[in-house]
Design a protein around this ligand. Sequence first.
Ligand code: NAD
Ligand code: GLY
Length: 356
Amino acid sequence: MSTNHTLKVSLGERSYPITIGRNLLRGGFGLADFVAGPDCLVVSNETVAPLYLDALLANLAGKQCTSVALADGEVHKTVATMHGILDKLVETGANRDTTLIALGGGVVGDITGFAAACYMRGVAFIQVPTTLLAQVDSSVGGKTGVNHPGGKNLIGAFHQPQIVLIDTDTLSTLPERELKAGLAEVIKYGAICDLGFFGWLEQNMQLLLDKDPDALAFAIRRSCELKAEIVAADERESGRRAILNFGHTFGHAIENCLGYGEWLHGEAVAAGMLMAAELSAMDREDINRLSALLNAAGLPTAPPPLRAEQWMQTMGLDKKVQAKQLRFVLLRELGDAYITAEYDATRLDQLTGAAA
Ligand code: NAD
Ligand code: GLY
């Protein structure tokens, strides 16, 4: 892709651009224009900082920047890590006009956004996502937060960024397993709301796995367009936004029960999407298509062996639960998702082993 693309997340005074392109960090885009005050704190981690921090700091010339590198991994997505960022903000005398910049994957983005939501009751932040998963999903939409030992993302806030800057060149260093995990969320968009995109993914999966720049750019752009549209219509998930959680009720339970980081988020979501499809009253042919596409992306299509009590206990803390009643995102058919508390309980028991 030779030119940049800019999309908009339309949220009134909280609207912001998503700019997607190549070589953006190394001079192709002036991020400093989006830092309103004189200073910023760049939050990255010990893996990503050595790769891209210098480029980002050079891009921010003229701003007073400090940086912090977090320990890497889902296991560090905790209140304690978030507190470390708050300590750094206090230590450096950060004010209400300080901007936080998240440079990394979804873990760095979620923690940094949450720190920004909390510090002085809310300061500005910018997302510079460097994994496919973060570029197509977590950096967009303003969900920020950390895990609790009892459940995924239980502690957090809605806090929208000033801009999402997606430099697709950063994917050149992304390990294959992480690329595949990101593809799970890309497949999710096709499955929940865009059958045409699902078909495109069926045709182009190998190009994506080969990191073909044009194919990646298209998949990222389409994913962001779909997410921006859903978020603009339902910022705080009072309704339709919940479809973005297709597969996540099962997926979060897998991540929590195995121990954070054992299965990657995208891997858990992949297995979770197949479980949700199996719980849906939909044609076997559609379920097989979803399974085949996840397989083609090298993703798991079956959950690890958890006990029925483990499933039920963790799913009971799902954020979609209402009046103690589990709710699931199900598919009427591929490309058409909805949220419901009405599902086949016997089928759920079979899927979670409770019927054994
Ligand atoms: P991650 O942040 O752990 O990143 C994956 C790994 O890739 C890490 O080891 C990281 O250091 C490394 N990495 C990142 N960029 C790299 C690069 N360019 N080159 C080499 N290595 C790189 O995981 P993730 O998959 O990006 O994000 C998962 C997290 O996102 C989960 O915690 C999940 O809950 C969250 N999430 C949030 C939302 C949301 O709406 N806020 C949506 C989906 C997922
Ligand atoms: N990943 C789910 C959401 O942003 O709503």
